[in-house]
Ligand binder design. Structure first.
Ligand code: AMP
Length: 564
C-alpha cells in the first residue's frame, strides 16, 4: 500500500476530535490495508515501531532531521532552523520545505508502507560510529520519493513526535469497526488486555475475528494491569465486597509484573515498559523464591539494613540508570511484596477467584528476606480493617488495597473488585487543629534516628489531653527540624496535668505547637481528649511558632467539631 494512503488518514485524523469519527477513519484505513502491512500500519498510527513493551525508536534528533531536510529540499539550513524555531513542529517545516522545492523527482521508487517500515526499523537498529550519518541518508532517500505531506509525518515519526493525540484504545475501536462491529468492541478489548501488542492484534482481528475469544495470557507478553477504585471508609469497602474483604497493605513502591520463563525472567512496569535491565537484583530475588513458568505481580521496594521497607522515591533513583548501576545496587537493596498470581501450571489464572490465586501464590514460593507476600487481613469487621489501615500507615504504606474474595483478575480494568482504602485528606473538618507535642515515638526505616510519630495534645483549663498520634505529612526536612526542636525538651515522665493512655517512647515538655489536619473527629479508646475523642488520620501541616501551648486548640473546640 502507498505510504500516501496512511498519511492521508493521518491528515484526516488530525482534523477531528470526535472519537467516533476517528474510529471510523481508522476502520477505513485498516480495511484498505493488505494483511501483511496491517501490523506496521497499527504501530505507525501510534508513531511506534513495535508494542509498548518494546522500546525501539527511530531515534533521530531534530537537528539531524533539519540537516536531512536541507539536503532533500535544497533549502538553506539556516532558513529551516529559523522556521523550526517559529513553528515548533518539524513536520510542518518539512512539508513546507518540500512543497517549495521547484522540481518533483523524476526517478525514484514508490514510497510504500512496507518500505517506510523496513527503513525505519533498520534505522532503529543502527548504533555506534557513523550511525547518525547512515540514518540521515536513509531518511533523505525516503523524503526524496514521498510527497510533501508524507514528509510531514515521516519527519515527525523519525523524531518520535507523531502525536496524533489518541491512544491504543482508539485503535481497538477502529479494529472492532473494521473487522467486526462496534458492538463487538469488548471482545477486541479483552484480547488486547491479555496481549497488548496492537500490531499482533490487528493481524489476528483481520484474519479471524471470532478467534479473539480464545486469546489467553502468553508468558513473556505483559498483561495490562488491573486497577482499583477508591474509598475512604472500611464500612463502605465491606459493603461493596458483600460483607467480607481481604485488606492488604498498599506499599508505596514500583509495580512489577514478573514473568519467570525458562529462557530468563522478564519484569514489566505498570505501563508495560520492560524493566528487566534495571533490576537484575529483583530478577535474582524472584528466581530464588519462585519456580519457572509463572507470572506474578508485586510491588518492588527498597529495603534498609534493618529490613524496613523504604518508599518509592528511593527506588526511583534506579530508574533509567544505565551507568553506575552496580554501585546503586549495593546502595539500595530491593525487595518484592507479591500480591497476585496470573499464570501457573501452563495456564492463566485470571478467572480463578482471588482467594484461590493468593493461596496458590503462597504455596508456590519460598519466602526470603527479600521476597514475601503482602500483609493481608481477611475480615468482616470494619474496626479491624481500620486498625490494619493504621498499622499500614505506621509501617510506611499509603493505605490498604482491599480485594473482593471471589473476584477474578480483570486485566486492564478499573473496578470495585479492588478498592484503594486510604484516609481521605479532603477533610470534613471545618478547621485545622493546633495541638501541643507531648511525646514521641522512635522512627523506623527511612525515619530511623528521627521521631517517626508524635503524641499530640489539646488543652483544658487544667492541663492537656491527648488527641492523636501524628505520623504523616512530614517531609525529610520537617523530620530533621522537629528532631532539633524536640530533643532538647525531652523529659523523664509525662508532663504534669496531662491525661494520657497511650505511652510514647519519650516524653516532651509541652512547648511546641503544630498545626494538623484530620479527616474527622471520632470516639477513641486510647485518647483522652474530652473523655475519649481523637482526630482521625491526622496529617502534619506546619509548625506554629507564633503559638504557645496556652493558645493551642482546646479540647472543647474538638468536641464541638465532632458534633458539627
Ligand atoms: P494507585 O496507583 O493509587 O492507583 O494504586 C494502585 C497501585 O498500588 C498498584 O498499581 C500497585 O503498584 C500498588 N500496590 C501496592 N500494594 C498493592 C497491593 N497489595 N495490591 C495491589 N496493588 C498494590
Amino acid at each position: 500500500m502507498d505510504y500516501e494512503r496512511l498519511t492521508e488518514a493521518y491528515s484526516a485524523m488530525e482534523q477531528t476530535r470526535s472519537r467516533l469519527e476517528l474510529a471510523t477513519l481508522l476502520a477505513g484505513l485498516f480495511r484498505d490495508t493488505p494483511p501483511e502491512e496491517l501490523a506496521a500500519v497499527a504501530y505507525l498510527c501510534l508513531g511506534k515501531l513495535g508494542p509498548a513493551y518494546d522500546s525501539r525508536e527511530v531515534g533521530l534528533s531534530d537537528k539531524s532531521v533539519l540537516r536531512t531536510l536541507a539536503l532533500a529540499s535544497g533549502t538553506p539550513l539556516d532558513n529551516l532552523q529559523a522556521n523550526y524555531a517559529k513553528a515548533g513542529d518539524i513536520g510542518l517545516v518539512a512539508e513546507e520545505a518540500l512543497a517549495a522545492k521547484s522540481q518533483q523527482p523524476l526517478f525514484g521508487s514508490p514510497l510504500t508502507v512496507s518500505r517506510v517500515w523496513e527503513r525505519l526499523h533498520a534505522l532503529s537498529l543502527e548504533t555506534g560510529s557513523g550511525s547518525q550519518e547512515r540514518k540521515f541518508r536513509a531518511l533523505a532517500e525516503l523524503l526524496h520519493d514521498g510527497t510533501p505531506q508524507d514528509a510531514r509525518y515521516l519527519c515527525r515519526t523519525a523524531v518520535g513526535k507523531l502525536r496524533l493525540g489518541f491512544s491504543q484504545m482508539l485503535l481497538v475501536d477502529g479494529l472492532a469497526e473494521a473487522f467486526g462491529s462496534r458492538e463487538e468492541r469488548s471482545m477486541v478489548e479483552a484480547a488486547y488486555n491479555r496481549h497488548p501488542d496492537i500490531g499482533w492484534l490487528a493481524q489476528r482481528t483481520a484474519a479471524d475475528f471470532s478467534s479473539l475469544a480464545d486469546v489467553r495470557t502468553t508468558p513473556g507478553i505483559p498483561l495490562r494491569p488491573m486497577l482499583g477504585e477508591r474509598l475512604s471508609s472500611a464500612e463502605a469497602v465491606l459493603e461493596k465486597h458483600d460483607g467480607e474483604s481481604a485488606f492488604e497493605w498498599k506499599y508505596d513502591g514500583l509495580r512489577v509484573q514478573a514473568h519467570l520463563l525458562k529462557g530468563g525472567t522478564r519484569l514489566f512496569s505498570r505501563s508495560l515498559e520492560d524493566l528487566t535491565p534495571q533490576f537484575p537484583d529483583v530478577v535474582d530475588a524472584l528466581e530464588q523464591a519462585l519456580p519457572t513458568g509463572v507470572i506474578v505481580e508485586g510491588e518492588a521496594l527498597a529495603i534498609d539494613e534493618a529490613g524496613n521497607l523504604l518508599p518509592f522515591q528511593v527506588i526511583a533513583k534506579r530508574r533509567g540508570r544505565k551507568h553506575g548501576l552496580a554501585e546503586k545496587l549495593e546502595e539500595i537493596p530491593v525487595g518484592v511484596r507479591l500480591f497476585d498470581l496470573l499464570y501457573a501450571n501452563g495456564q492463566e489464572t485470571l478467572d480463578t477467584a482471588f482467594t484461590e490465586r493468593r493461596e496458590q501464590l503462597e504455596t508456590l514460593f519460598t519466602p526470603s528476606d527479600r521476597v514475601a507476600c503482602t500483609t493481608l487481613l481477611r475480615t468482616t469487621n470494619a474496626a479491624e480493617a481500620e486498625q490494619s489501615l493504621l498499622d499500614a500507615l505506621e509501617g510506611g504504606c499509603e493505605g490498604l488495597m482491599s480485594k473482593a474474595l471471589n473476584g477474578s483478575y480483570r486485566a486492564g480494568a478499573r473496578g470495585w473488585q479492588w478498592i484503594k482504602y486510604k484516609p481521605d485528606y479532603r477533610s470534613d473538618l471545618a478547621d485545622t487543629i493546633d495541638a501541643v507535642v507531648v511525646g514521641g515515638f522512635h522512627g523506623r526505616g527511612r525515619r530511623g534516628g528521627f521521631w517517626g510519630a508524635l503524641l499530640m495534645a489539646t488543652r483544658t483549663p487544667t492541663g492537656f489531653e491527648t488527641v492523636c498520634k501524628l505520623g504523616s505529612g512530614f517531609s525529610d526536612e520537617d523530620l530533621a527540624t522537629l528532631k532539633q526542636r524536640l530533643d532538647p525538651i525531652q523529659r523523664t515522665g509525662p508532663p504534669a496535668g496531662l491525661k494520657w493512655k497511650l505511652e510514647p517512647d519519650a516524653w516532651f515538655e509541652p512547648e511546641l505547637v503544630l498545626e494538623l489536619l484530620g479527616a474527622e473527629i471520632s470516639q477513641s479508646p486510647i485518647h483522652t481528649c474530652g473523655g475519649g475523642y481523637a482526630v482521625r488520620f491526622p496529617r502534619y501541616k506546619r509548625q506554629r511558632d507564633d503559638k504557645t501551648p496556652e493558645t493551642a486548640t482546646e479540647s472543647d473546640e474538638v468536641i464541638a467539631l465532632y458534633k458539627i
